[in-house]
Ligand binder design. Structure first.
Ligand SMILES: [Zn+2]
Ligand SMILES: [Zn+2]
Length: 238
């Protein structure tokens, strides 16, 4: 997800296909000033290699610094993952990337936006102590958005409470599976339950796995609930 706040471009996660996505939608990667990582899984961080490498090729000394926000466990993983040599025979450049450690429920600001990291149980299911953050994003105009990938079942009470009390204008959550016993991700039943629990103004599913239904079938399944089905290139104006 990319937020354009007029004064800032804020990217959430870097999937492996990040450069293709930026090119497809004509976004100049050198304008991205802030990146927030949710967690350490490759479908959320692997694109860091390509984006940072590309900035190096363009002469990163002259480019703006990137502020990258993440939990300490995600930071440790990024360092381990990208300190290895890449296929050009050099470590992935972290020069000009300012890594900021963030903590559960501790608010911080990016420009005029206020961000709160919300804990999920995505990584806790396998007894890991590593964090997976969703985010609450608040604008100065009182617009509230929650971005909750990968949520997992059994979302912590405090996260649910914050989302309920924020009267969300928009909730974006994963719907990785159609239905599943996998406790680390959301499925259709959990998505519907979360809508009832949090009652957002608008709700969009994303991070839809290949084993899930097709886009059109999901739209049909969800039309009554008002939940929308996300797709590549979706633009939301709030
Ligand atoms: Zn994950
Ligand atoms: Zn994921």
């Amino acid at each position: 997800m990319l937020i354009d706040n007029e004064s800032e471009l804020i990217l959430f996660d870097m999937p492996p296909q990040i450069m293709t996505q930026l090119r497809n939608y004509d976004i100049d990667e050198t304008c991205i000033q802030n990146v927030l990582f949710t967690h350490r899984h490759d479908d959320h961080i692997a694109g860091a290699r390509y984006l940072f490498q590309r900035r190096k090729q363009k002469g990163f000394q002259e480019l703006n610094q990137i502020n990258a926000y993440m939990s300490e466990s995600t930071y440790r993983h990024l360092q381990m993952r990208f300190s290895k040599l890449d296929h050009y025979g050099s470590p992935v450049p972290f020069e000009n990337v300012d890594c900021e450690m963030i903590q559960s429920y501790k608010r911080f600001s990016i420009g005029t936006l206020t961000i709160t990291p919300l804990e999920t149980n995505h990584l806790r299911m396998k007894q890991s102590t590593d964090e997976c953050f969703g985010y609450l994003i608040e604008t100065v105009n009182g617009i509230t958005i929650s971005y909750l990938l990968d949520a997992g079942s059994d979302i912590p009470d405090r996260t649910l409470e914050i989302m309920r009390e924020s009267n969300l204008d928009l909730l974006i959550t994963d719907c990785t599976f159609l239905s599943s016993d996998n406790p680390g991700h959301m499925d259709l039943k959990r998505v519907r339950a979360l809508q009832k629990e949090v009652n957002p103004g608008r709700m969009i599913i994303s991070h839809i796995g290949h084993s899930n239904n097709t886009h059109d079938t999901l739209v049909q399944n969800l039309v009554e609930s008002g939940i929308e089905v996300g797709f590549d290139g979706l633009t939301i104006i709030l």
